[in-house]
Design a protein around this ligand. Structure first.
Ligand code: HEM
Length: 201
């Protein structure tokens, strides 16, 4: 008898997010230099400085927005401090890197969750990037690449918790559209920022 594949329920908001951002993800992934033959430690430092320059002001904007739902625990999901510590471990903390000013608008809880979908989802790819950077540059959580393994063994569980939270919110169609739009803008702003910092292929 053939075993029936376990059917996993995908909430409508997640279906919309996936449909609305898949192409943006592929395009950005292609341009990121993690797998480039020319990536050396110096280029990695520049890349992580550019990441910090986006995550720091975006997380600050999330904190300042007043739009995070009361029952969502943002603090344990903030990542800029880890990036900062990585830069310090890499010996690149003397100057504050430039910070991105063109950020997605966070004017509703729906928008805040769209932004968070992108930042949380990036931890999944991080698990692949972490292995690549350890093999290629000998960097790991202790010497400058903690960001790529920020949730460690809890990565899968924390993603599922986030998705479950998202799926439990009663979004109407307008709010769902706002979640997707914020996620799309987050991808677009990040790519444009990385481009301006000249760290993309
Ligand atoms: C070269 C760089 C990257 C690689 C190789 C990569 C790879 C991946 C992989 C393999 C997954 C699926 C994981 C799974 O289903 O278990 C994933 C999911 C995701 N990634 Fe990336 N990623 C990269 C960069 C990024 C960046 C920079 C962002 C955003 C800033 C991002 C956002 C997301 C999101 C939102 C998801 C969740 C999609 C979903 O299941 O709904 N990724 N990534």
């Amino acid at each position: 008898m053939q075993a029936k594949a376990r059917e996993v329920y995908v909430p409508p908001v997640l279906q919309d997010l996936r449909a609305g951002t898949a192409e943006l993800h592929i395009a950005l992934e292609k341009r990121l230099p993690f797998f480039s033959d020319t990536l050396d430690t110096q280029a990695f430092v520049q890349l992580m400085q550019a990441y910090y320059g986006f995550y720091q002001p975006l997380e600050q904007a999330l904190l300042d927005s007043g739009a995070i739902p009361d029952d969502f625990d943002l603090m344990p999901r903030l990542k800029a401090a880890t990036l900062r510590a990585d830069l310090q471990a890499l010996g690149a903390s003397a100057t504050t890197p430039p910070l991105c000013q063109e950020l997605p608008l966070i004017d509703s809880s729906a928008a805040s969750l769209g932004v968070l979908y992108v930042l949380e989802g990036a931890t999944l790819g991080g698990q692949i990037l972490r292995r690549e950077i350890a093999a290629r540059l000998n960097l790991d959580a202790d010497n400058g690449a903690a960001f790529l393994d920020i949730y460690g063994a809890a990565t899968g569980r924390r993603w599922r918790d986030f998705i479950e939270y998202l799926g439990s919110r009663p979004f109407d169609a307008t709010e769902r559209a706002a979640v997707v739009s914020a996620a799309q803008t987050t991808f677009a702003c990040f790519e444009q920022w990385l481009e301006r910092q000249e760290v993309l292929a």
